[in-house]
Design a protein around this ligand. Structure first.
Ligand SMILES: [Zn+2]
Length: 689
């Protein structure tokens, strides 16, 4: 086995203004976790690092909206996010937070080093200012048109459409996100990181260097930005939430969130190293360490241009070996959206599928947005579970374990002579660790997950073809050999599934009673060892690894999404304009009374009209009302209604109508009576029917 290597693996710091959803899991955390678990199984020295990103403008906006402090917001979501990661088996060595004192110190120290080395440009410039709100408009406090792609809702620091990072003053037609006003310009002092100064290094390192093995989407984006020319970027802000600028003249200013957040990887490593008695510097300052950043595509500029420029300027740090950014995951054909509640939130998923963490991990990996945006559908999720995890992986393991218990009381039988099929099957099995490794090493987790399933397929097919349940009737020795081979495959699956399906792997190792499978080198043992489970070893009883997901469970999820869609449509539905204004005198002319419908029948040969008898308290009168499409006659008898009693009588189809019933329309377009006891649901104003 090769010498163990040291890996520093980081996963994008989740922004702490909401829980996380399947898009985050698919794009960053599941692939990062597969990679980290895999490297540990290779016997490598791994620091898998993450934490909550707790600074920046959106948190202060949310706090303002909810009438709480930014600290309240980050405390709440840090706890929720941390729990979700634990629930889904994301095996961070440390999950820290950027509000931790160790991070404030580390980030300030980093800034101070660059400041002392003269790596910043200090400049008084005019920045966007909202006079009414009395504050500078940094980052998300301002919205305008992206100078690069023309997207009209770009933020002050970044366009979410094309991913470009820019200065707020670059926006065309800027508007304050606080008041909607067009901002004015006001002078203020800031520190800028001159990215143009690092352009030559970035070109050398990324374009001419060995970074051509980066994913094409990452390499292509970075190349296009560098080719466009880089400019100085402000790394400080006029805000009160964040890490104070630690130099003279920095009072009232904080570090730009994208300056401090990536330093969070370093401070989280320090925190972990202190706890574990390790040397943090070997994970960040040793050229033999491989640094890998797992991120979503919206963070590419920060991890491939800005952070490396910061690290380079500081001078003592290693640079990332790879930044395997994923594209975006969509949900049922639409972009995931927090504001539209078009998402599958992890806490909610676990409520509905409490023991199916691995199913979601698997479905998201098998369909990961590695090279292009991809779509998550509940039908695909169900199919991945029922047709692959249950029908192939689970079925194979269940047959092996049940038959071993039935025929041999749970003891691994002795193999006799191998047939050519056995030998071929065992040879194929021995090739799998290298096949899966090769996919993982190239960050192709989707392909890797399918290779794992192919191994289960191999086992399933082997049993189906060799039919030990038939052979046992005539050839006991042959049956023993078949079961021995099948048990070797089951054992390999227990190890090779660990990065992808950690909960299942643990359960399977427990069923096979194979504690040696926990040893770090077991991944490669599959290829090199003579046998994985020896004759005479006892395994445990069968337990189901996976269970079928019924259509009703999927329908519940689809109904939830449909409800979100309806709620959005209702919220966005334009309210009809009001009618012309009337004066008070006009209004007082109306004589409206509450009455009870005592008789109702359909007007013959019409679709819309009902003939009603209404007891108004002063008399009983006939009213012809156009509500027959909304109500059956028998449904309205006994209803309390409001009647306009002094409307001039009018004949409709030969029946004199002596008044009008007041109606209104709900948001769904249904006509309802104006009734003093009714719920508040009128949307479109009064109608007279
Ligand atoms: Zn843009």
């Amino acid at each position: 086995m090769s010498q163990p290597k040291r890996y520093t693996i980081t996963a994008a710091l989740p922004y702490t203004n909401g829980p996380i959803h399947i898009g985050h899991l698919a794009g960053v955390y599941v692939p990062a976790d597969i990679y980290a678990r895999y490297q540990r199984l290779q016997g490598n020295d791994v620091a898998f690092i993450c934490g909550s990103d707790e600074h920046g403008v959106p948190i202060t906006i949310k706090a303002k909206k909810e009438g709480v402090t930014p600290q309240d917001i980050v405390d709440k979501y840090h706890a929720i996010i941390k729990t979700s990661f634990e629930d889904f088996g994301i095996s961070f060595d440390n999950y820290s937070r950027t509000s931790a004192p160790i991070h404030h110190e580390t980030a300030q120290e980093f800034f101070k080093t660059l400041y002392d080395k003269g790596e910043f440009i200090e400049e008084v410039t005019e920045q966007l200012y909202d006079a009414e709100a009395n504050q500078f408009l940094a980052d998300r406090f301002v919205i305008g048109t992206c100078p690069k792609c023309g997207f009209e809702e770009a933020y002050g620091d970044q366009c979410e459409k094309c991913g470009t990072s820019h200065n707020a003053t670059d926006l065309i037609n800027p508007k304050s996100a606080i008041t909607g006003n067009t901002p004015t310009l006001k002078e203020t002092k800031h520190w800028f990181l001159p990215l143009d100064k690092h352009e030559a290094f970035l070109k050398e390192w990324i374009l001419k260097g060995h970074k051509k093995d980066w994913k094409p989407n990452v390499y292509g984006q970075v190349k296009s930005w560098i080719d466009d020319g880089l400019r100085p970027r402000a790394v400080t802000r006029d805000l009160d939430w964040g890490i104070p600028v630690p130099v003279e003249g920095g009072e009232g200013k904080v570090l730009y969130v994208w300056f401090d957040a990536p330093i969070g990887y370093i401070s989280a490593t320090k925190e972990w190293a202190q706890r574990e008695g390790k040397d943090w510097q070997s994970y960040w300052k040793n050229e033999d360490t491989k640094l890998v950043h797992f991120i979503g595509k919206d963070n590419i500029v920060f991890h491939c241009i800005i952070f490396p420029s910061m690290l380079k300027a500081e001078g003592s740090y290693i640079l990332p070996d790879n930044v395997p950014a994923n594209e975006f995951l969509n949900l049922e054909g639409n972009k995931l959206s927090t504001s539209k509640n078009w998402a599958v939130w992890l806490p909610e998923y676990l409520e509905d599928f409490p023991d199916k963490q691995d199913v979601l991990r698997y479905a998201l990996t098998a369909n990961a947005p590695e090279t292009k945006d991809n779509d998550f559908t509940w039908k695909d999720f169900q199919a991945r579970n029922n047709n692959e995890l249950v029908a192939i992986f689970g079925n194979f393991i269940n047959r092996v374990v049940v038959l071993t218990n039935k025929y041999y009381n749970g003891m691994v039988p002795e193999a006799s002579e191998f047939t050519s099929v056995d030998e071929e099957t065992l040879a194929t099995l021995k090739a799998y660790p290298a096949v899966i490794s090769s996919s993982i090493e190239r960050y192709r987790f989707r392909e890797a997950s399918q290779e794992l399933m192919n191994l289960a397929r191999l086992g399933n097919k082997y049993l189906a073809d060799e039919e030990p349940w038939k052979v046992i009737k005539e050839d006991e020795a042959r049956t023993k050999t078949i079961m021995y081979v099948a048990l070797q495959i089951a054992s390999a699956l227990a190890t090779l599934s660990e990065p992808f399906l950690p909960f299942t792997s643990k359960k399977l190792k427990h069923i096979l009673c194979h504690s040696e499978l926990d040893s770090e080198s077991s991944w490669n043992d599959i290829s090199t060892k003579e046998e994985l489970l020896s004759a005479g070893h006892h395994i445990g009883k069968a337990e189901l690894l996976f269970s079928k997901i019924e259509d009703t469970a999927i329908q519940t999820q689809l109904d939830k999404l449909e409800a979100s869609k309806k709620a959005n449509e209702a919220a966005n539905k334009s309210v009809e304009p009001q009618k012309d204004e009337i004066n008070f005198e006009d209004f007082t002319k109306l004589d409206m009374r509450v009455g009870t419908i005592i008789e109702a029948e359909k007007m013959p040969k019409t679709k819309k009209l009902l003939v009603l008898k209404v007891d108004t308290g002063i008399d009983i009168r006939t009213v012809v009302s156009g509500i027959a499409e909304s109500y059956k006659p028998e449904d309205v008898i006994g209803k309390k209604v409001t009647v306009l009693v002094n409307l001039a009588p009018r004949k409709l189809r030969g029946v004199e109508s002596q008044g009008m019933i007041l109606m209104t329309e709900t948001a769904e377009g249904k006509l309802v009576f104006v009734n003093p006891d009714a719920k508040e649901e009128a949307a479109n104003g009064l109608q007279i029917s």
